[in-house]
Ligand binder design. Structure first.
Ligand SMILES: Cc1cc2nc3c(=O)[nH]c(=O)nc-3n(C[C@H](O)[C@H](O)[C@H](O)COP(=O)(O)OP(=O)(O)OC[C@H]3O[C@@H](n4cnc5c(N)ncnc54)[C@H](O)[C@@H]3O)c2cc1C
Length: 398
């Protein structure tokens, strides 16, 4: 693979090779429907109502949004998806996300589910790494309080202290198992008011497990105006401490929530003033990491065509090979296939998050995917346009 051969994200043959004609039609129908905000709002409201009233929704959800955005009901059920991605040079990141749990038994259960994803990836090159959310292993109330205590604003009670020890033990179990398996694990980033606790635990794990190679990756959200500086200090701390950093760079998923909380509670919003500023910092962070690959390894989690292309160009300009294990790309299953599969065809390390789990439990995730595909209308339309182009291309061959 030559360095000058940059991917063309509008190569629809390459982008959708993995889809049968039937799957292509399903994606066209689905993305056309997701482009209608009124329909997405109505569908989301109905799905929430059905969940609350325990009305079965599987018949409507399984062949549509669930088939598009989820791997299956279990790891074994996701095997077809994992195999298909691997056939086209794309790795899997199994994503078990339980949300809003507070009971200790549920937190332990999430921990064992994530552990199962680590074991599934062990020795299987079709998997890129594991991933988890700290909020799946701790109550959010505790994470917020720990953040306040780290900033010296409050003291934890004995009971909170013990609960935090249990959270740390769960995170350590996951990182230790990943280390034993010779794999990698990413800690997702979440809302700013719980992020200080997440950063603290992620850095703690990096310091323990990233001595010789990068096992643990923290996530940095560039829609926050303070994160470029944070990224640099996080890496400086690791270099001083004699370990490597791993970073997943994303723009950030909680913008509306962040802004409205800041407004309600009367503090300055941590979010950039506009999209251009988020884009600028995302690109600046990518450039900075590419210039410091001896200290920090990168996973770029983005569906933005320009950002992905810019990263490829940045690698080429610095003489970094597409296959360099220090740089990876990631997208979510069912989204931005033109980016993922064209990157794979050009030899880049690229993976899809493959969420899995029972349909009812996946509904909040599916509602977010539907809403995201409505709110980033430009991107959804672009994907729809490419899907339709591929349908035309295939029919012209018949
Ligand atoms: C593999 C992967 C892993 C991810 N992991 C995480 C994670 O751990 N934590 C997390 O929070 N998110 C995560 N995300 C989601 C990510 O943060 C984005 O929400 C999503 O990918 C859309 O951003 P984009 O770069 O793909 O593209 P774009 O569509 O170009 O960017 C949209 C994003 O830009 C920002 N933005 C939009 N409008 C404005 C505005 N007016 N002002 C300021 N900023 C604005 C927002 O962050 C918005 O989500 C992940 C995404 C992927 C693909």
């Amino acid at each position: 693979m030559t360095q000058s051969n940059l991917p063309q994200f509008n190569n629809t043959d390459q982008a959708f090779k993995h889809l049968t004609n039937g799957e292509l039609s399903r994606a066209v129908t689905l993305f056309s429907l997701l482009g209608k905000p009124w329909l997405v709002s109505m569908g989301s409201a109905l799905a929430k109502l059905a969940l609350a009233l325990r009305i079965p929704v599987g018949w409507a959800v399984r062949p549509t949004v669930y088939a598009q955005f989820c791997g299956g009901e279990s790891i074994a059920d996701s095997e077809g998806t994992i195999a298909k991605l691997a056939e086209h040079g794309v790795q899997t990141i199994l994503d078990y996300s339980a949300e809003g749990q507070t009971e200790e038994s549920n937190l332990d259960h999430t921990c064992s589910e994530v552990l199962a994803t680590i074991h599934a990836a062990d020795g299987d090159a079709r998997h890129a790494c594991a991933v988890f959310k700290v909020s799946g292993l701790s109550s959010n109330v505790l994470l917020e309080k720990v953040g306040q205590s780290l900033r010296g604003e409050v003291k934890l009670t004995l009971e909170e202290h013990a609960a935090w020890e249990r959270v740390q033990a769960r995170v350590r179990t996951l990182c230790e198992a990943t280390h034993q398996a010779g794999g990698r694990i990413m800690v997702d980033a979440e809302e700013s008011w719980i992020q200080d606790a997440i950063d603290a635990i992620a850095e703690d794990m990096m310091s323990d497990y990233n001595r010789d190679k990068v096992v643990v990756f923290n996530t940095v959200q560039m829609y926050r105006h303070d994160r470029l500086a944070f990224l640099e200090t996080m890496v400086a701390r690791s270099t001083e401490g004699g370990y490597l950093s791993g970073v997943k760079l994303v723009r950030g998923a909680y913008m509306e929530k962040e802004r409205s909380r800041a407004e309600d509670m009367g503090y300055p919003s941590p979010i950039q003033p506009d999209k251009t500023s988020s884009d600028k910092d995302f690109d600046a962070a990518v450039d900075w990491v590419l210039d410091h690959l001896d200290q920090v390894h990168l996973v770029a989690g983005s569906h933005n065509e320009a950002s992905n292309l810019r990263l490829c160009e940045g690698m080429r300009a610095r003489g970094i090979a597409a296959q360099d294990p220090r740089v990876s790309f990631a997208q979510l299953l069912g989204m931005s296939d033109p980016i993922t599969f064209n990157l794979a065809a050009h030899g880049y390390n690229v993976a899809k998050y493959v969420p899995y789990g029972p349909i009812r439990e996946a509904i909040p995730y599916l509602i977010r995917r539907a809403q995201e595909n409505t709110s980033v209308a430009g991107q959804t339309l672009r994907e729809l346009e490419l899907l339709k182009q591929e349908q035309l291309r295939r029919s012209s061959l018949r």
